[in-house]
Design a binder for this molecule. Structure first.
Ligand code: ZN
Ligand code: FE
Length: 256
């Protein structure tokens, strides 16, 4: 059977759009829909027909293209039940532990509250891929607009528990700016130093730093490393619960 195809491209300023294509059935899903035109253009270039939009959360830079795409393609809109009132035209509301199909592809849902309270991530085991929206970024995480430090930390631990080789697709290209902050709280981390050099080199050529992997983020992303003694010491929080350390990291990042 032909492999699932995943096509990532830039949209708006620093967002990523992702298309997931099932060659077995021709089904194609868009992760979020910031605006319709660039997604329609990429679909046409690939010769794919949009069948589904999988919405991670209600923010405009992930939803403003939904209505036009639904009107032009008749696609199904899948989105978080807890944010259904804030997202236009949802056909299928989903929540923690639920599954659905895009064509023949199984998609699992994890609730990841923190950036927004109803935020969900979509897991595609057959492609070894996770689509995490604005919950987890490479070397960083989303701003905590609606959640609590404990809840956001729990959400990130769920993503951290995915298989290490999982390809992680994020909503934004923030790796270099995240890395600058990460180096202030984890300066002696050689893996982080290498990842930052790699990310700067990729961006200098205009290439994406994503997808990343769970293994890479566990080694480099301070928001997944709130339990690590070197980071706790740096913050003067030795022995504190990891979620409190996470909260302090999030506060410092906001002020950085
Ligand atoms: Zn957002
Ligand atoms: Fe966003």
């Amino acid at each position: 059977m032909a492999a699932i195809e995943i096509h990532q491209f830039s949209i708006l300023n620093d967002n990523y759009a992702v298309l997931i294509h099932d060659p077995a059935t021709g089904a194609t899903a868009s992760i979020d829909a910031a605006e319709s035109y660039p997604i329609e253009r990429e679909l046409e270039a690939k010769g794919w027909k949009l069948t589904d939009i999988l919405v991670t959360h209600h923010h405009a830079d992930h939803t403003e293209g939904i209505a036009e795409l639904k009107d032009s393609t008749g696609c199904r809109v899948v989105g978080p039940r807890r944010e259904a009132a804030k997202i236009p035209r949802i056909d299928l509301e989903v929540g923690e532990g639920e599954s659905f199909k895009v064509g023949s592809i199984d998609v699992h849902v994890i609730e990841t509250p923190g950036h927004t309270l109803g935020h969900v991530a979509y897991i595609v085991p057959a492609a070894n891929a996770a689509f995490v929206g604005d919950t987890l970024f490479s070397l960083g995480c989303g701003r905590m607009f609606e959640g609590t430090p404990q809840g956001f930390h729990d959400a990130l631990r769920k993503l951290a528990a995915l298989p290490g080789e999982t390809q992680v697709y994020c909503g934004h290209e923030y790796t270099v700016s995240n890395g600058r902050f990460a180096l202030t709280v984890d300066p002696d981390n050689a893996a982080l130093q290498r990842r930052m050099q790699e990310a700067e080199a990729l961006r200098a050529k205009g290439f994406p730093t994503l997808p990343t992997t769970i293994t890479a983020e566990l080694a480099t992303n301070p928001f997944l490393r709130a339990h690590v003694p070197a980071i706790q010491q740096r913050l003067g929080m030795e022995g504190a619960p990891a979620w409190q350390v996470f909260g302090e990291l999030r506060d410092r990042k906001n002020r950085s």
